[in-house]
Design a protein around this ligand. Structure first.
Ligand code: PGA
Length: 256
Protein backbone atom coordinates (compact mmCIF):
# COMPACT_ATOMS: atom_id res chain seq x y z
CA UNK A 1 0.00 0.00 0.00
CA UNK A 2 1.39 3.34 -1.00
CA UNK A 3 1.85 5.79 1.81
CA UNK A 4 0.22 9.19 1.24
CA UNK A 5 2.79 11.92 1.88
CA UNK A 6 2.03 14.08 4.90
CA UNK A 7 3.24 17.66 5.39
CA UNK A 8 2.68 19.47 8.68
CA UNK A 9 3.26 23.13 9.47
CA UNK A 10 4.71 23.76 12.92
CA UNK A 11 4.10 27.44 13.54
CA UNK A 12 5.89 27.37 16.91
CA UNK A 13 5.24 30.62 18.87
CA UNK A 14 4.36 32.65 15.80
CA UNK A 15 1.12 34.17 14.48
CA UNK A 16 -1.72 35.97 16.18
CA UNK A 17 -5.27 34.88 15.40
CA UNK A 18 -5.51 37.57 12.71
CA UNK A 19 -2.26 36.39 11.14
CA UNK A 20 -3.45 32.78 11.28
CA UNK A 21 -6.65 33.76 9.46
CA UNK A 22 -4.68 35.61 6.79
CA UNK A 23 -2.57 32.49 6.28
CA UNK A 24 -5.52 30.10 5.95
CA UNK A 25 -7.35 32.49 3.60
CA UNK A 26 -4.37 32.41 1.25
CA UNK A 27 -3.47 28.72 1.72
CA UNK A 28 -7.00 27.48 1.05
CA UNK A 29 -6.91 29.08 -2.40
CA UNK A 30 -4.02 26.89 -3.51
CA UNK A 31 -5.16 23.76 -1.66
CA UNK A 32 -6.86 21.03 -3.68
CA UNK A 33 -7.92 18.16 -1.51
CA UNK A 34 -7.12 15.58 -4.19
CA UNK A 35 -5.78 12.86 -1.92
CA UNK A 36 -2.20 13.05 -3.23
CA UNK A 37 -0.91 14.75 -0.10
CA UNK A 38 -2.19 15.22 3.44
CA UNK A 39 -1.60 18.54 5.21
CA UNK A 40 -1.88 19.70 8.82
CA UNK A 41 -1.40 23.05 10.52
CA UNK A 42 -0.14 23.21 14.12
CA UNK A 43 -0.77 26.72 15.50
CA UNK A 44 -0.29 28.15 18.97
CA UNK A 45 -3.11 27.31 21.40
CA UNK A 46 -4.68 30.75 20.99
CA UNK A 47 -5.13 30.32 17.22
CA UNK A 48 -6.36 26.70 17.22
CA UNK A 49 -10.09 27.47 17.33
CA UNK A 50 -9.64 30.19 14.71
CA UNK A 51 -7.85 27.86 12.31
CA UNK A 52 -10.42 25.11 13.01
CA UNK A 53 -13.18 27.45 11.87
CA UNK A 54 -11.21 28.52 8.79
CA UNK A 55 -10.36 25.03 7.53
CA UNK A 56 -13.75 23.40 8.05
CA UNK A 57 -14.61 21.16 5.10
CA UNK A 58 -11.22 21.57 3.39
CA UNK A 59 -9.68 18.26 4.47
CA UNK A 60 -6.77 20.12 6.09
CA UNK A 61 -5.91 18.68 9.51
CA UNK A 62 -5.25 20.57 12.72
CA UNK A 63 -2.60 19.77 15.30
CA UNK A 64 -1.48 21.00 18.70
CA UNK A 65 2.22 21.61 19.31
CA UNK A 66 2.10 19.96 22.71
CA UNK A 67 -0.40 18.22 24.98
CA UNK A 68 -0.59 17.05 28.58
CA UNK A 69 -1.15 13.35 29.21
CA UNK A 70 -3.69 13.79 32.03
CA UNK A 71 -7.36 14.32 31.21
CA UNK A 72 -7.66 17.28 33.59
CA UNK A 73 -6.20 18.59 36.82
CA UNK A 74 -3.99 21.15 38.52
CA UNK A 75 -1.41 21.58 35.74
CA UNK A 76 -1.05 25.33 35.31
CA UNK A 77 -0.20 26.32 31.77
CA UNK A 78 -1.08 22.99 30.17
CA UNK A 79 -3.85 21.82 27.82
CA UNK A 80 -5.47 18.38 27.81
CA UNK A 81 -6.14 16.29 24.76
CA UNK A 82 -9.89 16.53 25.41
CA UNK A 83 -9.70 20.34 25.35
CA UNK A 84 -7.70 20.27 22.13
CA UNK A 85 -9.97 17.76 20.46
CA UNK A 86 -12.98 19.89 21.30
CA UNK A 87 -11.19 22.85 19.71
CA UNK A 88 -10.74 20.82 16.52
CA UNK A 89 -7.36 19.08 16.76
CA UNK A 90 -6.83 15.58 15.40
CA UNK A 91 -3.01 15.61 15.60
CA UNK A 92 -0.40 16.67 18.17
CA UNK A 93 3.34 17.16 17.94
CA UNK A 94 5.01 15.24 20.77
CA UNK A 95 8.62 15.47 21.89
CA UNK A 96 9.81 18.24 19.60
CA UNK A 97 13.49 18.93 20.26
CA UNK A 98 12.64 22.44 21.52
CA UNK A 99 10.34 20.85 24.12
CA UNK A 100 13.01 18.31 25.02
CA UNK A 101 15.79 20.90 25.32
CA UNK A 102 14.19 24.15 26.53
CA UNK A 103 11.33 22.67 28.56
CA UNK A 104 13.24 19.62 29.77
CA UNK A 105 10.79 17.02 28.53
CA UNK A 106 12.09 13.56 29.22
CA UNK A 107 11.68 10.38 27.21
CA UNK A 108 9.33 9.16 29.96
CA UNK A 109 7.12 12.28 29.61
CA UNK A 110 7.09 11.82 25.85
CA UNK A 111 6.06 8.18 26.17
CA UNK A 112 3.12 9.22 28.41
CA UNK A 113 2.10 11.81 25.82
CA UNK A 114 2.30 9.36 22.90
CA UNK A 115 0.19 6.82 24.78
CA UNK A 116 -2.36 9.45 25.86
CA UNK A 117 -2.75 10.61 22.25
CA UNK A 118 -3.33 7.05 21.06
CA UNK A 119 -5.83 6.39 23.84
CA UNK A 120 -7.78 9.54 22.97
CA UNK A 121 -7.69 9.01 19.21
CA UNK A 122 -5.29 11.80 18.31
CA UNK A 123 -2.40 11.16 15.93
CA UNK A 124 0.92 11.83 17.67
CA UNK A 125 3.64 13.34 15.49
CA UNK A 126 6.46 11.89 17.55
CA UNK A 127 9.80 13.67 17.04
CA UNK A 128 13.26 12.14 17.28
CA UNK A 129 16.65 13.45 16.20
CA UNK A 130 20.30 13.78 17.09
CA UNK A 131 22.35 16.87 17.92
CA UNK A 132 25.39 17.90 15.88
CA UNK A 133 27.69 16.65 18.62
CA UNK A 134 25.97 13.27 18.63
CA UNK A 135 26.17 13.01 14.83
CA UNK A 136 29.84 13.95 14.78
CA UNK A 137 30.49 11.45 17.56
CA UNK A 138 29.00 8.66 15.44
CA UNK A 139 26.04 8.29 17.80
CA UNK A 140 23.15 9.09 15.45
CA UNK A 141 21.73 5.57 15.32
CA UNK A 142 22.10 4.85 19.00
CA UNK A 143 20.44 8.16 19.94
CA UNK A 144 17.52 7.60 17.56
CA UNK A 145 17.13 4.02 18.72
CA UNK A 146 17.02 5.14 22.36
CA UNK A 147 14.40 7.81 21.61
CA UNK A 148 12.24 5.37 19.62
CA UNK A 149 12.45 2.63 22.26
CA UNK A 150 11.61 5.01 25.11
CA UNK A 151 8.95 7.05 23.32
CA UNK A 152 7.13 4.02 21.94
CA UNK A 153 7.50 1.80 25.01
CA UNK A 154 4.33 -0.20 25.77
CA UNK A 155 2.70 0.82 22.49
CA UNK A 156 0.98 -2.09 20.72
CA UNK A 157 1.43 -2.79 17.01
CA UNK A 158 -2.20 -1.88 16.33
CA UNK A 159 -1.56 1.54 17.91
CA UNK A 160 1.94 2.03 16.48
CA UNK A 161 0.58 2.03 12.97
CA UNK A 162 -1.24 5.30 13.76
CA UNK A 163 1.92 7.08 14.96
CA UNK A 164 3.70 9.55 12.68
CA UNK A 165 7.42 9.61 13.39
CA UNK A 166 9.23 12.86 12.57
CA UNK A 167 12.98 12.60 12.09
CA UNK A 168 14.33 16.04 12.89
CA UNK A 169 18.11 16.31 13.18
CA UNK A 170 18.51 19.04 15.81
CA UNK A 171 21.38 20.63 13.87
CA UNK A 172 19.07 21.19 10.88
CA UNK A 173 16.20 22.90 12.74
CA UNK A 174 15.95 26.59 11.99
CA UNK A 175 19.59 26.69 10.89
CA UNK A 176 19.17 26.62 7.12
CA UNK A 177 21.34 23.48 7.16
CA UNK A 178 19.28 20.64 5.73
CA UNK A 179 20.25 17.01 5.89
CA UNK A 180 21.20 15.88 2.39
CA UNK A 181 18.63 13.62 0.72
CA UNK A 182 21.07 10.72 1.29
CA UNK A 183 21.53 11.55 4.99
CA UNK A 184 17.77 11.80 5.48
CA UNK A 185 17.02 8.54 3.63
CA UNK A 186 19.73 6.72 5.57
CA UNK A 187 18.21 7.60 8.94
CA UNK A 188 14.65 7.06 7.70
CA UNK A 189 15.58 3.56 6.52
CA UNK A 190 17.15 2.91 9.91
CA UNK A 191 13.98 4.10 11.67
CA UNK A 192 11.75 1.93 9.47
CA UNK A 193 13.95 -1.10 10.11
CA UNK A 194 13.71 -0.45 13.85
CA UNK A 195 9.91 -0.12 13.59
CA UNK A 196 9.75 -3.39 11.63
CA UNK A 197 11.72 -5.13 14.34
CA UNK A 198 9.46 -3.70 17.06
CA UNK A 199 6.04 -3.90 15.42
CA UNK A 200 6.37 -6.13 12.34
CA UNK A 201 6.86 -5.29 8.69
CA UNK A 202 3.19 -4.98 7.91
CA UNK A 203 2.94 -2.15 10.44
CA UNK A 204 6.28 -0.47 9.65
CA UNK A 205 5.49 -0.34 5.94
CA UNK A 206 2.31 1.60 6.66
CA UNK A 207 3.88 4.09 9.08
CA UNK A 208 4.55 7.67 8.01
CA UNK A 209 8.05 8.99 8.73
CA UNK A 210 8.40 12.73 8.18
CA UNK A 211 11.66 14.63 7.79
CA UNK A 212 12.05 18.01 9.50
CA UNK A 213 14.81 20.60 9.58
CA UNK A 214 15.06 23.57 7.20
CA UNK A 215 12.65 22.08 4.67
CA UNK A 216 11.97 24.67 1.95
CA UNK A 217 10.00 24.62 -1.31
CA UNK A 218 13.21 24.16 -3.31
CA UNK A 219 14.64 21.21 -1.34
CA UNK A 220 11.42 19.28 -0.65
CA UNK A 221 11.24 17.23 -3.81
CA UNK A 222 14.83 15.95 -3.56
CA UNK A 223 14.43 14.99 0.12
CA UNK A 224 11.05 13.40 -0.48
CA UNK A 225 12.47 11.22 -3.25
CA UNK A 226 13.98 9.08 -0.50
CA UNK A 227 11.92 5.91 -0.45
CA UNK A 228 11.41 6.02 3.32
CA UNK A 229 10.77 9.77 3.50
CA UNK A 230 6.99 10.15 3.65
CA UNK A 231 6.52 13.79 4.37
CA UNK A 232 7.83 16.80 6.21
CA UNK A 233 7.43 18.73 9.44
CA UNK A 234 8.10 22.34 8.57
CA UNK A 235 8.78 25.36 10.74
CA UNK A 236 10.02 28.58 9.15
CA UNK A 237 9.01 27.91 5.54
CA UNK A 238 5.46 27.00 6.58
CA UNK A 239 4.78 30.44 8.07
CA UNK A 240 4.23 31.60 4.52
CA UNK A 241 1.11 30.21 2.80
CA UNK A 242 2.77 30.14 -0.63
CA UNK A 243 5.79 28.33 0.84
CA UNK A 244 3.66 25.70 2.58
CA UNK A 245 1.56 25.21 -0.57
CA UNK A 246 4.71 24.79 -2.67
CA UNK A 247 6.07 22.23 -0.18
CA UNK A 248 2.79 20.27 -0.28
CA UNK A 249 2.85 20.31 -4.09
CA UNK A 250 6.52 19.20 -4.19
CA UNK A 251 5.75 16.34 -1.78
CA UNK A 252 2.89 15.14 -3.98
CA UNK A 253 5.10 15.40 -7.08
CA UNK A 254 7.98 13.48 -5.50
CA UNK A 255 5.69 10.55 -4.71
CA UNK A 256 3.63 10.47 -7.88
P1 PGA B 1 12.45 24.53 10.54
O1 PGA B 1 11.76 23.82 11.81
O2 PGA B 1 11.69 24.06 9.31
O3 PGA B 1 12.29 26.01 10.78
O4 PGA B 1 13.87 24.09 10.51
C1 PGA B 1 11.33 22.49 11.76
C2 PGA B 1 10.74 22.08 13.09
O5 PGA B 1 11.23 22.54 14.13
O6 PGA B 1 9.78 21.28 13.15
Amino acid sequence: MARIPFVAANWKMFKTRAEARAFTDAFKKSWTNDGRVKAAICPSYTAIATVAEEIKGTGIHLGAQNIHWEAQGAFTGECSIGQLKEAGCDHAIVGHSERRKIFKETDADINKKVKACLKEGIVPIFCVGETLEEREGGKTQSVIMGQLAAGLADVSSSDAVKVVVAYEPVWAIGTGKTASPEQAQEVHAFIRAWLAEAFGTEVSEKMIIQYGGSVKPDNTEAIMKGKDVDGALIGGAALDPAGFAAIAAAAAKAKS
